[in-house]
Design a binder for this molecule. Sequence first.
Ligand code: ZN
Ligand code: ZN
Length: 189
Amino acid sequence: MAAGSRKKYALDLNDIIAFPDAGHMPVFPPEEKESWILLMEITADESIMRPVYAVRDTTKTRFVVALYTPNPQKDAKNFKVGHTLCITSARLHQFLDGQTGFRIEDPSTIEVLPVSMAKLWEINAGLRKRSDEGDLPDCNVCNSPSKLGCAVCKSRYCSKECQRTDWPRHKKVCAVLKALHKWNRTDWG
Ligand SMILES: [Zn+2]
Ligand SMILES: [Zn+2]
């Protein structure tokens, strides 16, 4: 691939249009196809019957997230304290008990990434650095020209040996890389 045709990885997780904190979400309803992602770290499991979690947004403000989806227990299976919850086009909700947070009805609007927010920022910075240095299309392990890519997240490898070497680390972050690459390809308007 010619250098000029490589798409730059330039995702900015601090862009408050794409990744607002809960206090700066768009005031007006979005245009068609316009969305934003709210990133919050899960800090406590407060479920009794229904899955309910305490979370903290990028400004360290606490909110609650309650699952009112058709299969709440199933949709909560990836919720773990210390991991990052992503909600697409979230809207704040005032619960009857006075708490403020997010009432999730559509499971397709939530995804839990199995890393802390600090780690998410660190992985994103690493991808940007590799992109800036022109190394992103090369092998993740040895920077040789790559032939194969992970089928899920498109991380590149020069050989099965390098893919195998990277697997213990990679399996923990594959879903994270997939989400970051998807967001990088998104036009946030
Ligand atoms: Zn390699
Ligand atoms: Zn992968």
